[in-house]
Design a protein around this ligand. Structure first.
Ligand code: ADP
Ligand code: MG
Length: 636
């Protein structure tokens, strides 16, 4: 009995892995060739890890082996092998890494696939399940691997990808690293062909930073593109590198290539994608820049080189001035590292500001794609001034809801002596246009920013000011501050001034309204801000705007409604009629009905009406009555 059989042990694939394999084996994918990209990428990771260990001074088995990847093939045997001299795996690592422990990504990957949002090929590598893609082409896979740790025995993993795999100790692998034998399915045997393999490697793996040999021939061009002088790099190379880095299939929208020599040396090659490819949405983990020190990859997706809100920026950073043996854990405390990080954020800001100025249409595209992430930068106080300059909002000055206005543009259109920037929140342009709070702003020709995203209001209330100008929500602007602005056209005097007596009656009516509504309101007042609506609810001075209150209520169900001031428009037909009714009989029930109705309608518009039932049944009663009158008048 050979030693192999003596140590062989069967393991079952973890349920999620099995499910994943079922899909990969049985589904028809357009580009099965990506299995090679995934295996080469794993080989490259293993080599990166080895190089990293070696720069830290760890003792390494077979230290003189060159760091490289080798692809061999045998058409007759339908066989491809991928060999690397990377860190390899111990028996335990092999069992854990491949098959028994499902990565956190596999569940998400399956979900995305089942929701059919995307083609497996584009995302498989992103979820940390890339290895399994080999079963799209293989009927059997054998891994032989030997760890870089001294005195670890070589191990073998063998599986047909169906239900289980077999692990055994095998002395066939003599030196450090991993070899993967891919026994192709009959209908996939064409992959074991030189030209085919060469094309695939060039297409997907050209920028791998270790030599890839196909047979004895080196296939990839290994250039650290970010270290080349800008003038020497062609657009096409940038695009290719970007696609290699991100798996994106379209060219990037922006390329930011930075070479700094003093006071700290570093190169950075940064990209902004055309589209927000963040399929995860909620997976905040998928961002970061690859950090190199003197061309040695120190960390994939380092998350401290960029603030999270710039996470849509992809790319690499490479510095001469960081120690090669720096540990990932202490990076954050390194002064040089932090300076580089600051500088990179600064570079992105400068780039975006220039783009906003020189190519406003392109900037709009950027904003529409990534604005909702960028906005989260409202808490980055060091960059606040630039951040504000990059914000965009719709405004009453824009003819349609898609139009965008910068704060600079808004300020340039200030009325004489204007000191505040006004904004309104609503679900659409139409909704905001009809908000009674806006009437006074329209009458005075004051521009108002239209916010459709609740986050916008958070941003403005946190940022508080642009230059010296405070942001003010239209529903809690102090009207005294608006007195200095003239009405565009004097109110068309549809209504005569009330007589002295009627004015008194109006005051009594206000008291009556206050009694009817009781403690549902803070106060009742004559409105100075309305022209088209009979009544409105306003927030007492210096309270939160209604949207902010709503947001807080969403997170804290117990928070009650904040009481407001109920303002009545004396110059409105309905109110004039109400004065007449009041004069005839101050206790007429009709007054109570109208007041309740006006109040609940105002709540509705304010977004604070919790139960619409009474409002609707009251409207129905009133409609019924008015239909009686209508049929009477029409003599029907
Ligand atoms: P990912 O590469 O995203 O982690 P994979 O499914 O491609 O996911 O690989 C799973 C794991 O198997 C890797 O994280 C690594 O630990 C291990 N592995 C795969 N290939 C190799 C290799 N050639 N050398 C060393 N370890 C490997
Ligand atoms: Mg992988």
């Amino acid at each position: 009995m050979s030693t192999e059989q003596a140590t062989a042990k069967k393991y079952k694939f973890k349920a999620e892995v099995k499910q994943l394999l079922d899909i990969l084996v049985h589904s028809l994918y357009t580009s099965r060739e990506i299995f090679l990209r995934e295996l080469i990428s794993n080989a490259s990771d293993a080599l990166d890890k080895l190089r990293f260990e070696s720069t830290r001074g760890t003792e390494i088995a077979d230290n003189d082996l060159p760091l490289e990847i080798k692809i061999d093939f045998d058409e007759k045997q339908k066989l491809i092998t991928v060999t690397d001299t990377g860190i390899g795996m111990t028996k335990e690592e092999l069992i854990n890494n491949i098959g028994t422990i499902a990565k956190s990504g596999s569940a998400e990957f399956l979900k995305q696939l089942s929701e059919n949002k995307t083609d497996a090929n584009n995302i498989i590598g992103k979820f940390g399940v890339g290895f399994y893609s080999v079963f799209m082409v293989a009927e059997e896979v054998v891994i032989r691997t030997k760890s870089f740790k001294k005195d670890e025995p070589a191990v073998e993993w063998k599986s047909d990808g169906l239900g289980d795999f077999v692990i055994s100790e095998s002395d066939e692998k003599k030196q450090r690293g991993t070899i993967i034998e891919i026994h192709l399915k009959e209908d996939q045997k064409d992959f074991a062909e030189k030209y085919r393999l060469e094309t695939i490697i060039k297409k997907h793996s050209n920028f791998i930073s270790f030599p890839i040999y196909l047979g004895s021939e080196k296939i990839n061009t290994i250039a650290a593109l970010w270290r080349e002088p800008k003038s020497q790099v062609k657009q096409e190379q940038y695009n290719e590198f970007y696609k290699f880095l991100t798996y994106d299939s379209t060219d990037p929208a922006d390329i930011i290539h930075v070479s700094i020599d003093a006071p700290i040396q570093f190169n950075a090659l940064l990209f902004i994608p055309q589209k927000n490819n963040d399929f995860f949405g909620y997976n905040r983990e998928d961002y970061g820049l690859d950090l190199y020190v003197r061309r040695v990859l120190i960390q994939h997706k380092n998350k401290d080189l960029l603030p999270e809100y710039l996470g849509f920026v992809k790319g690499v950073v490479d510095s001469e001035d960081l120690p090669l043996n720096i540990s990932r854990e202490t990076l954050q405390e390194n002064i040089v590292f932090n300076k580089i990080a600051q500088n990179i954020t600064g570079q992105i800001y400068s780039y975006l500001l220039k783009k906003a100025k020189d190519e406003p249409e392109k900037y709009t595209e950027f904003w529409n794609e990534f604005g909702r992430y960028f906005k989260l930068g409202y808490s980055d106080f060091t960059n606040l001034e630039k951040f504000n300059q990059l914000l965009r909002f719709n405004s009453s000055n824009n003819t349609d809801a898609a139009g965008l206005t910068s704060l600079d543009e808004y300020v340039s259109r200030f009325k004489d002596d204007q000191k505040e920037i006004y904004y309104a929140f609503g679900t659409s342009k139409e909704a905001i246009n009809q908000d009674p709070h806006l009437e006074i702003f329209k009458n005075k020709g004051l521009e108002v920013l239209y916010l459709y995203d609740p986050l916008d209001e958070f941003v403005l209330s946190t940022v508080r000011k642009y230059k010296e100008f405070e942001f003010k929500s239209v529903d809690n602007t102090d009207l005294k501050n608006l007195d200095k602005f003239k009405n565009l056209e004097e109110k068309k005097d549809k209504f005569e001034e009330l007589s002295k007596d009627d004015n008194k009656q109006f005051d009594s009516l206000l008291s009556k309204i206050k009694t009817v509504l009781g403690d549902k309101i803070v106060d009742v007042k004559e409105s100075q801000r309305l022209s088209g609506s009979p009544a409105i609810l306003v927030n007492p001075d210096d309270s939160m705007s209604s949207t902010m209150q709503k947001i807080l209520r969403m997170s804290n169900k117990d928070m009650g409604l904040q009481k407001k001031i109920f303002e009545i428009n004396k110059d409105h037909k309905l109110i004039r009629n109400l004065i007449k009714v009041f004069k005839a009989d101050p206790n007429d029930e009709y007054i109570n009905n109208v007041v309740e109705e006006l109040f609940e309608s105002a709540l509705l518009i304010d977004g604070s009406l919790t139960d619409p039932h009474t409002l609707v049944s009251r409207i129905n009663q009133m409609l019924e009555k008015s239909s009686d009158w209508y049929t009477e008048i029409k003599k029907l």
